[in-house]
Write a protein that binds this ligand. Structure first.
Ligand SMILES: CC(=O)SCCNC(=O)CCNC(=O)[C@H](O)C(C)(C)COP(=O)(O)OP(=O)(O)OC[C@H]1O[C@@H](n2cnc3c(N)ncnc32)[C@H](O)[C@@H]1OP(=O)(O)O
Ligand SMILES: O=C([O-])CC(=O)C(=O)O
Length: 371
């Protein structure tokens, strides 16, 4: 039995949710470029969970359902206040909070299609409230209750900042949420599917996925891109910084991809958003630095930016704290995880591959007194 390191190139399941063919990313057959430029995040969630885009009435109803489910049980915030908030990573808090949401859902372990869909809606609706609420609590502020009349994108920024965002901010954030929503069998989505394929509950699946997204080789890269930009500090420092990083064989966060070798189709949207949001502002240096870094890494290493690279300067210019970048990824990607979890339940088989053993040969047991 020969193994493939990191399961590269292994086709592990069939899925009708998103596809990457010839470098083009599609959700349910729709090109990501069309969705990013014309859709709302709510339409995209609906699409991922159903087979079609919603019509106006369906979208209104879906928005209403999301908004009715956006509040989180008081116990969740009460528990968060007990955590050692100084230095705890928001992804650790989110991972624990989703697990806690399961404890306060009396239907958490009910396993039928209808109830699972209802729980998916509850989780999707509550995640933004948890992330924004945590961000405020740790800054000594009160969580802001969800606004019933705002889009999911606007509502998140509203709950974070206690201010209705501008049209430009809402549109940029909406687009970022769409671009991060699903991505075939990425590591966190695979984790979610493996978890629920044991017929474990939907909260366990999302909790497991959050754990996988947290890592720097996956969703955690966006926060580290911003750390790199901050460490470099200015365009003039880029050359020496990268020379040292290359000499030390360090990985440059936000570059490279397991599947895309000719470029991530989401990066161009985020690059353009970064340009627009930072133009003529104090933040323009982050965009200019990112452009120069991209130029050097592409020429010297043949690596292209992935979704995480320009999302860093986009979120920074929206005034978002850097360690919230990955939780924001989760606010979006949970839509994809939930779609995959529902798909897994609908035609389930336990996921249990084999390992190629490379340990010691068979040997005789030695009693403890003879070792
Ligand atoms: C949402 C997302 O998850 S997108 C990805 C986010 N992650 C990052 O941005 C972290 C930085 N990038 C990486 O670590 C990788 O490119 C990954 C994890 C995305 C893909 O990993 P893999 O497909 O396993 O590629 P792997 O790590 O084997 O890299 C292949 C070669 O390219 C090099 N390489 C890949 N990415 C980078 C990078 N960002 N910086 C420097 N070198 C890199 C590797 O060192 C390796 O070189 P070698 O063959 O000389 O040893
Ligand atoms: O697909 C992957 O391996 C990582 C990625 O880009 C994503 O999850 O959006």
């Amino acid at each position: 039995m020969a193994s493939t390191k990191g399961l590269e190139g292994v086709v592990a399941t069939t899925s009708a949710i998103s596809s990457i063919v010839d470098g083009v990313l599609r959700y349910k057959g729709y090109n990501i470029d069309d969705l990013a430029s014309q859709s709302t995040f709510e339409e995209v969630i609906y699409l991922l969970w159903n087979d079609t885009l919603p019509n106006k009435a369906e979208l209104d109803e879906f928005r209403k359902e999301l908004s009715l489910n956006a509040e989180v049980p008081e116990e969740v915030f009460r528990q968060i206040k007990e955590y050692p908030l100084d230095g705890v990573h928001p992804m650790a808090v989110l991972r624990t909070a989703v697990s806690t949401l399961g404890i306060y859902d009396s239907e958490a372990d009910e396993m039928n299609e209808e109830v699972n869909k209802t729980k998916a809606l509850r989780i999707q609706a509550k995640l933004p409230t948890v992330v924004a609420g945590f961000a405020r609590i740790r800054n000594g502020q009160k969580p802001v209750a969800p606004h019933k009349d705002l889009s999911l994108a606007a509502n998140f920024l509203y709950m974070l900042n206690d201010r209705v965002p501008s049209d430009i901010e809402e549109k940029a954030f909406n687009k970022a949420l769409i671009l991060h929503a699903d991505h075939e069998l990425n590591a966190s989505t695979f984790t979610a599917r493996v978890c629920v394929a044991t017929l474990s509950d939907i909260y366990s699946g999302v909790t497991a996925a959050i754990g996988a997204l947290k890592g720097p080789l996956h969703g955690g890269a966006n926060e580290r891109v911003m750390k790199m930009l901050s460490d470099i500090g200015s365009v003039d420092n880029i050359d020496p910084y990268l020379e040292k990083a290359f000499a030390n064989k360090e990985k440059i966060m936000g570059f490279g991809h397991r599947v895309y070798k000719d470029g991530d189709p989401r990066a161009k949207h985020l690059r353009e958003m970064s340009r627009k949001l930072t133009e003529g502002t104090d933040n323009s240096k982050w965009y200019e630095m990112s452009l120069k870094i991209e130029d050097i890494i592409t020429k010297e290493k043949g690596l292209l930016p992935n979704v995480d690279f320009y999302s860093a300067s986009v979120y920074h210019s929206l005034g978002i704290e850097h360690d919230l970048f990955t939780p924001i990824f989760a606010v979006s990607r949970v839509s994809g995880w939930l779609a995959h979890i529902l798909e897994q339940y609908s035609d389930n088989r336990l996921i249990r591959p084999r390992a190629e053993y490379n340990g010691p040969e068979a040997r005789e047991y030695t009693a403890i007194e003879n070792r």
